[in-house]
Design a protein around this ligand. Structure first.
Ligand code: SF4
Length: 341
């Protein structure tokens, strides 16, 4: 089986980060996810370093993420009964959305509610913990050429100016022809760390990042030179620290829910050609029909090689109840759940 695409590289970076992050810090407790960020910027790999006790408390709120509305309610819920409009900070949106969130939180068992006439009173079921210590963003670029390095440099400058993640890194692959092109890496912003993966998936930390000022306001660069030249961006706006704190928590909540194995939700583990293979630090998907690792985009209903599992595989407990596809999903779901705990 060969990799040959960014998806396979990305899964290996996630698996490595889950197993080994971070060598010189002796393994900070963490949750790893992929393809998360904001509307404007999505990172390939996210490492959320967590407080272990805080994570245990967070797990009591369930495996589903808490969206912004739920966080507003749950984080500010009082310890004693109070009318929700008196107890919660005035939102920047209509109160009716808060009321909906109160009902949703109650339905999930993470908030207590009762009626006092027409009024809905609330009380916290449990305290929402401070469980997120640091958020680290990794951009994966296995094939770093001059044009990819240019685009990456621009993105990283924006990341550094905004300071939403505590650290930003680039992960790249050492190339068989004589090593990753260090001249290209030298042009990246000095604030970005650099990880280099060898052929056997061992990792070298080529450059340690500078920590970014997540608690301060940031700068969002809003445009770039039309000719793509290496000149400063032409516009910017300030982003306040509250927005950053709020967005960081929303990213952490999504990471908690999804992990990095959620690829299985959009691929076809129910295809008889679907396999999980050892990817050095964790399982990654592979395709027996293509004799290589398939990308997520290839492995869908439109795949010409798709072969549904024979119905007999799913019956009579053969060889495992539910058939191999269901087993793959169960194994990956189990791994995801273990990280949350
Ligand atoms: S044959 Fe197609 S659908 Fe089946 S595992 Fe391979 S890529 Fe996925």
């Amino acid at each position: 089986m060969t990799v040959g695409h960014e998806f396979g590289f990305e899964l290996r970076v996630c698996a490595w980060a889950e197993a080994c992050w971070r060598p010189e810090r002796d393994g900070a407790p963490r949750i790893v996810a992929r393809q998360l960020g904001t509307k404007r910027r999505r990172w390939d790999t996210i490492v959320v370093e967590v407080d272990p006790e805080g994570l245990r408390q967070r797990a009591q709120f369930g495996a589903q993420r808490l969206d912004a509305d739920l966080l507003h309610v749950v984080r500010h819920a009082p310890t004693d009964w109070a009318f929700y409009r008196d107890a919660l900070p005035t939102p920047e949106y209509p109160w009716r959305y808060v009321r909906e969130a109160v009902h949703r939180a109650s339905d999930r068992g993470i908030l207590e509610t009762r009626r006092d006439g027409n009024k809905i009173e609330i009380r916290r079921a449990m305290a929402y913990p401070e469980w997120v210590r640091r958020i680290v963003a990794i951009e994966n670029k296995p094939d770093l050429d001059a044009s990819a390095a240019d685009a990456l440099t621009t993105q990283l400058r924006r990341d550094v100016a905004l300071g939403l993640a505590d650290e930003v890194w680039v992960a790249t692959a050492d190339d068989a022809a004589g090593g990753v092109q260090r001249a290209l890496l030298a042009d990246l912003p000095v604030e970005a760390g650099i990880l280099v993966f060898d052929d056997d998936w061992t990792v070298t930390v080529e450059w340690l990042p500078h920590g970014l000022a997540t608690a301060a306001s940031g700068t969002r660069l809003t445009s770039r030179p039309a000719d793509g030249a290496d000149r400063p961006a032409t516009g910017f706006e300030y982003v306040d620290a509250d927005w950053k704190a709020h967005t960081r928590l929303a990213i952490a909540e999504r990471a908690f829910e999804r992990g990095w194995r959620s690829y299985v939700d959009t691929m076809r583990p129910d295809c008889r050609q679907f396999r999980l293979v050892d990817g050095a630090h964790g399982y990654v998907p592979a395709c027996a029909a293509k004799a290589r690792e398939q990308s997520a985009a290839e492995c869908g209903g439109s795949c010409a090689d798709y072969e549904p599992e024979p119905p007999g595989w799913r019956q009579h407990g053969w060889p495992i109840e539910g058939g191999p596809g269901a087993t793959v999903q169960a194994v990956l779901a189990d791994r995801r759940q273990r990280r949350r705990e």
